[in-house]
Design a protein around this ligand. Structure first.
Ligand code: HEM
Length: 405
């Protein structure tokens, strides 16, 4: 064990539970992270202390899917308060709502989104989403190549979100720029913090604009939400705006990137999907399982023994959703794509009270993207000699994906 690690390890952590998991100790995390995560249970204890997690501050991590689900479903022991680190980036306290609120208050906030993000409501956006997909694909289709990440995966969900939220389309380039700067883990902390503050200021103006000119969009509706029978405060409104902005863009972009990399590298799977479009909805689900992109963080609420490990109040616990989705105890042949897998209770959207509220929209976006892409570009592969690096952070993503057809 080196001194650097020693410094980050609290006294109550036994040496045999220390297991560094980062790109230095596991370089394959930058090329094929899901392979490393699927095999982690063979090398790491079920609960181990990672002094070098992607989110910076050392904490516990878990290599067993069932224990990950238990943590996610025990909010009284594992709190979501300050779970994202955005307050730190912003330089001011801001609870992302409902994500960083614990039960029982959590439900009062969350219930406001039940209708607007329900399958029925998001289905109404299908035509607009399809039009966005087609428009983007048509801009590069005739060229015979593209960088899938920059030209499709990132801009596609941004357009959809701006439409849902009622943001003027002329702000598209600006929003895209903030999004790139905020989310690219390779950017300096100062660049990312500045982007977070730019987004905050943009959303502040948006709140004022929606107040003055309410329209039929999600940003306007949020202004009328209530909690415990009272209207939301301005800070709570910002907490909701900010969460939706940061929660629904890079996650979709990353999921798209990994799915397209898989298809571009597996001609048999590509043919199967192209020839049987009925498989697309269950293939979308299987892609979420194969590539669960989010790592969530919780904070231990009291000193306790958990599965034989001594945890102290204030310790961080990192739950890597990919580890649960690739756990061989639950899923046969976990790293193999099976577009007809059933049941498929993957962990991409977590379990428990904070289960993703945007999953219906995310599913719709990826299904439509697949349908329209396969109609227009039925045969594609990864460009020769392409160097496809993975950004290893709290959301796994592809730095680029050069495709040819
Ligand atoms: C493939 C795309 C997506 C993935 C993988 C994903 C994943 C997740 C995960 C893992 C959580 C739980 C975080 C935690 O427990 O700490 C979450 C929560 C949430 N997501 Fe998503 N998400 C996606 C898309 C979206 C979209 C498009 C939206 C909004 C339109 C959205 C809105 C939310 C909200 C509001 C929560 C908080 C729920 C709560 O705290 O009760 N997500 N998401």
């Amino acid at each position: 064990m080196t001194n650097i690690f020693d410094q980050a390890i609290p006294d109550h952590v036994p040496e045999e539970l220390v297991f560094p998991l980062d790109v230095n100790t596991h370089p394959e995390l930058e090329t094929n992270p899901f392979k490393v995560l699927a095999n982690l249970h063979k090398n790491a204890p079920p609960i181990f202390f990672n002094p070098v997690p992607s989110q910076g501050v050392g904490g516990w991590s878990i290599s067993d899917g069932a224990i990950i689900k238990e943590v996610l479903q025990s909010p009284e022991l594992f709190s979501s308060k300050n779970g994202t680190g955005f307050s730190f980036l912003l330089g001011q306290e801001l609870d992302l709502i409902p994500l960083e609120i614990d039960p029982p208050e959590h439900r009062n906030y969350r219930s406001n989104f039940n209708v607007p993000l329900s399958p029925r409501e998001v289905a109404k956006r299908e035509d607009a989403i399809r039009a966005s997909a087609i428009e983007l694909i048509e801009t590069f289709k005739s060229e015979g190549h593209c960088d899938f990440v920059d030209q499709f995966a990132v801009p596609f969900p941004v357009r959809i979100f701006m439409d849902l939220f009622g943001m003027p389309q002329e702000d598209f380039d600006k929003i895209l720029d903030y999004e790139y700067k905020l989310l690219h883990v390779s950017n300096t902390m100062e660049t990312r913090a500045q982007a977070a503050r730019n987004i905050y200021d943009y959303l502040l103006d948006l709140i004022a604009d929606k107040r003055a000119n309410p329209k039929d969009d999600l940003a306007s509706s949020i202004l009328d939400y209530t909690v415990d029978g009272r209207p939301l405060t301005d800070k709570e409104i910002m907490g909701m705006y900010f969460l939706l902005f940061v929660g629904g863009l890079d996650t979709v972009a990353s999921s798209l990137g990994f799915a397209w990399r898989y298809l571009a590298s597996n001609p048999t799977a590509l043919t199967a999907l192209r020839d049987n479009p009925d498989l697309i909805p269950s293939a979308v689900e299987e892609f979420f399982r194969l590539h669960s992109v989010v790592e969530v963080r919780r904070t231990v609420t009291e000193d306790m023994e958990f599965h034989g490990v001594q945890l102290k109040q204030g310790d961080f616990v990192y739950c890597v959703t990919a580890i649960a989705s690739l756990d061989g105890k639950e899923f046969a042949d976990p790293t193999k794509a099976d577009f007809e897998r059933s049941p498929n209770r993957h962990c991409a959207f977590v379990f428990g009270p904070h289960r993703c509220m945007g999953s219906n929209l995310a599913r719709l976006e990826i299904r439509i993207a697949l349908e329209e892409w396969l109609n227009r570009i039925p045969d594609f592969s990864v460009a020769e000699d392409a160097n496809i690096d993975v950004n290893y952070g709290s959301v796994l993503s592809l730095a680029r994906l050069p495709l040819v057809w």
